[in-house]
Design a protein around this ligand. Sequence first.
Ligand code: UGA
Length: 475
Amino acid sequence: MRLTVIGTGYLGAVHAACMAEIGHEVLGVDTDARKIEALAAGRAPFFEPGLPEILVRNIRSGRLRFTMSLQEAADFADLHFVCVGTPQRPGSLSADLSHVEAVVDGLAPLLTRDSLIVGKSTVPVGTTRSLSRRLAAAVRPGVEVQVVWNPEFLREGFAVRDTLHPDRLVVGATTPDGDRLLREVYAPMLQAGVAYVSTDPATAELVKVAANSFLATKISFINAMAEVCDASGADVVTLADALGHDERIGRRFLSAGLGFGGGCLPKDIRAFLARAEELQVSEAVSFLRQVDRINERQRRRTVDLARHLLGGSFAGRRVAVLGATFKPDSDDVRDSPALAVTAEITAQGADVRVHDPEGIDNARAALPGPEYHRDVVEACRDADAVLHLTEWRQYRELDPAQLAQVVRAPRMLDARNALDQAAWHEAGWHVRALGRPVHVPQPGQGEALRVTIPHALGAGCTAPMAGEPVSGVPK
Ligand code: UGA
């Protein structure tokens, strides 16, 4: 089939390449000239494992092209995927739909044949209906254009795999024709047995928002438990493992630590709160305010624990930060918890050296203050403390004994609960983590001695961080 993918960010670039990979003829469209130039040359404009390979392969085969022209898109195909961003509106919790609306407004008058617009962006429930009205007013007489919602569930870092092998496809169409066309698009996946949920547009829109809200709630739940663990001497990692054995609960998304960030979960729960208020059901989702607050508090608690580890002040202390992106295997620093902590400890007087395997350029652009290093050892040299803030695999592979020779003092805050804390402890490190009892180095004791310091973090955890985005839920 011939189709276009409008918006070539993390979602659209991957979707375009994957649609070509399963055999379609695809035209990717974006208003960003640099992005289009890179993609057309087979270069991914961001880090996503596996994307460069399928880009190059499909550009070479002639199935994948890129353009900045909506006219070319309208001429090329009758099925248009919309993958543009829906960021949080500044000063508000709601989603900014202006990019989606601009695509519809721009494309509608150019369409000369009956067409299907398929929304993939995450939008508030009710968007398909309002876009359909908007379209009806803008299309040429005699041309019929239908809007269908087909949300995307890919994760950054696994985007290619998630797009080619999704765990479900959800399509919200208003006519059998819309549904039939989407079944054709995804035929190879349906043949492979992927679940296909055919529904109305409102349900499709809501599935995505509900899925992200559920994931965010799961993370904040375990982070709330981490706080209880800190107050009681319990261990949140063992707690999560034990909870996870219950198949009804499951272990995934129960990793306690610095909390969630990125371009999706935080803004999606806020946009859901805003939409629920419009629908006069804010009480039903008011728990999401708490989910957001718990998540923001993890950043402050991490800063407090780091300061505690340093004896009460960051002033003049050298701190190495491992990880700047919002999660590993991505170069995305949007609403990155790691970068928020870095900004705060810099503001509190620390001399910060940041390492990240892929995110340094984006991090430096977002936060120019700290020194950035492409070498982990250099970032850690003479550090008074090391903060492990994003759980890249290479940090788990560090040799704690070797790194202990490089730092000024072997203090480690594992804010992702991802390191082998006993191994670091045995190599002489004083290891701290949210929700876990303290490892205190005891030379000659062999087995790690676990000493519980009940609730070392206290009242200080509630103060807002300097430079904290005003975008969060009002306190
Ligand atoms: C998320 C969803 O997982 C995708 O299904 C969805 O399609 C996507 O948003 C989107 O709306 O586009 P993503 O933002 O790539 O995907 O990242 P996740 O893997 O969900 O992680 C989000 C954040 O939660 C990260 O900062 C991660 O470090 C944190 N996290 C995750 C935890 O703190 N604990 C966990 O146990 C799991």
